[in-house]
Ligand binder design. Sequence first.
Ligand SMILES: [Zn+2]
Length: 305
Amino acid sequence: MSKKYSALASLLLAVIPAQAASKINVMTATQDLAAIAREVGGDLITVDSIAMGYQDPHFVEPKPSFLLKLQKADLLVVVGLQLEIGWLPPLITQSRNAKIQPAQSGYMDMSQFCNILEIPQGQVTRAMGDVHPLGNPHYWLNPDNGRRMAKALADKFSSIQPANAAQFVQRYAEFDKHLTEAEKGWEAKIAPYKGRKVVTYHRSWPNFCEHFGLNVVDYVEPKPGIPPTPAHSLDLINLMKREGVKLILVEPYFDLRTPNSIASNVGGEVVVLMPSVGGNKEITNYFQLFDYDINLLVNTFSKLK
Ligand SMILES: [Zn+2]
């Protein structure tokens, strides 16, 4: 019996990869964070995200099914700047996973590693309804921040699993190289439209627009997180007419009626741009996110003249 058993045991050992048991179990708040973690972690990690890329990341339903995943996580990566404040904190508490509680080593706030725009001066609270009280949380839409996020994750994975540090460093270097090449292509495509003025629904795009040279003049929302009002929409129509702005960029989870009505008043166009990996089926990684958005913008600008 023992002979048979040991033969079976060695057979099993042979088919189970040595590192399978020790993969870093990563949970992320959003699919963008998961996409970058996957670039750097490869087969050495498992990764899953809570919010889907087609959802408004400010308002996600905290499903109990997420608890199971959080219970088993070695690392939880969040966007921070209060993006997830409405849905993630109770899940973290209820998971009772000591490793991923805020301030523990398994809790990683990615905003601490990135360049953050629109940091308010003085005291700002959510009492006024503004959902960006600590600065703009949509910072992953600047590839420079994507690079910073990847570096921070490579460092974190290396500290959790020092034996694989060389592989994380190598994967980061490959990502950095691939991103630098991709950026050249994106910048060349959008270069003819540098300085174009646009209106966006939510303040999702300052990072993207600053990086690629577009000029955001106003927003359909009077304040981040506050739905459009007739008075503000009228101001917007006047501003767009005065400044010759023809394009309104809208995230996939907002109602198109107000933007469509504003656009028809100014002879302009509404474009649904994707703010996140997973926003549609075509966008499964960080590179495809920019491919999709840049191509859509360039096509639209070329038609608008
Ligand atoms: Zn926002």
